[in-house]
Design a protein around this ligand. Structure first.
Ligand SMILES: [Zn+2]
Length: 329
């Protein structure tokens, strides 16, 4: 295993490598930025590099004993929610506290602990982690990865060396995506649908996400045009996962809102152009409701799938109802 960093992560890498060579690498790092841009991949490359016996400028050597073990290296630990769960358990963090008091297996080497996603810790778990952050052991580096650092305890954020990852440069992202998608125009569509996040675009491509989104768009359009009833639309959406649906809706609403504010419609999906005349305040308030629901799902709250889909469609109908777009319920 030696994962390479992605082309848009060079400056973050240089920043950390430079800090390490000058002995000012923090014992806790917080890698933050939107999901689907490769932070986890960067974190894995960093883990390998930190325990590599002959680290190179651009990453781990790939040849030494530490590299040979890959993620099975006993000095590397990954803390993530157990399978099927969205939250990290407090016991997992207690294990980490115990680990940080032991010395590394490789003499004179480091131990690295990755916590991913760091915002999957509740207050109890985060408080247990704080203990480690307050009493750092010299040879342990803690890497926290978060899509939503605002959800972390401020006391955790303030104890970490922060490394922000913005949405990558579009042309770098597109060049990279073209290697797996092949077709340039298709890669561009996938990247736009994923809001400029290349790894999210790749997932969309691999899982046939574009077709699924088109299906959601055409169902909504058919409903708006009075060609389908609400129950037909809900029935048509029965194969769609709730998080996919919320992601699709959030993406469309964001593009619509940006277009309404900027009075331009280039990035608005054709099926959504009919709503460019909706008042921004109404769209904003709907967006808040949508993002709250999405945050609940991301936190692992078990929402009733059908009720959530239905209530959002009805709220959206309210935003549309005073317009010429006659949405029938
Ligand atoms: Zn190595």
């Amino acid at each position: 295993m030696t994962e390479a960093i992605l082309p848009w992560q060079v400056s973050q890498w240089q920043q950390l490598a430079g800090a390490d060579s000058e002995g000012r690498l923090g014992h806790a790092l917080l890698l933050s930025g939107p999901g689907g841009i490769g932070k986890l991949r960067f974190a894995r490359a960093l883990m390998a590099w930190l325990v590599c016996e002959q680290p190179q400028n651009q990453g781990a050597c790939g040849k030494c004993r530490s590299c040979h073990y890959g993620l099975d290296n006993p000095d590397l630990h990954i803390i993530e929610p157990p399978e099927g769960k969205k939250q990290i358990a407090v016991d997992q963090v207690r294990e980490l506290v115990a680990l940080s008091t032991q010395t590394a297996h490789r003499s004179g080497g480091r131990k690295v602990v990755l916590v991913h996603p760091a915002d999957a810790m509740n207050a109890n778990t985060a408080n247990a982690l704080l203990k480690t952050l307050e009493e750092p052991s010299g040879d342990t580096v803690l890497i926290l990865v978060s899509n939503e650092p605002a959800r972390l305890l401020p006391t955790i954020r303030s104890r970490c060396q922060q490394l922000p990852f913005p949405t990558p440069n579009a042309s770098l992202a597109l060049d990279w995506l073209k290697m797996s998608v092949g077709d340039a125009a298709l890669a561009e569509t996938c990247l736009r649908e994923a809001g400029g996040r290349p790894l999210a675009a790749q997932v969309l491509f691999e899982n046939d996400g574009l077709a699924a989104r088109e299906r959601c768009d055409s169902l909504l359009q058919a409903w708006a045009a009075g060609e389908q009833s609400l129950s037909q639309v809900i029935d048509g959406l029965k194969e769609v996962e709730l998080d996919f649906y919320l992601e699709w809706f959030a993406h469309r609403i964001h593009a619509l809102l940006v277009a309404v504010m900027a009075e331009q419609s280039d990035d608005v999906n054709a099926a959504w152009q009919r709503w460019l005349d909706r008042p921004p305040a109404a769209i904003l308030s709907f967006q808040k409701q949508l993002l709250d629901l999405r945050a609940q799902v991301q936190r692992g709250v078990a929402l009733n799938r059908q009720l959530t889909i239905e209530s959002l469609l009805l709220s959206w109908a309210m935003v549309c109802s005073s317009a010429n777009a006659g949405l029938g319920v």
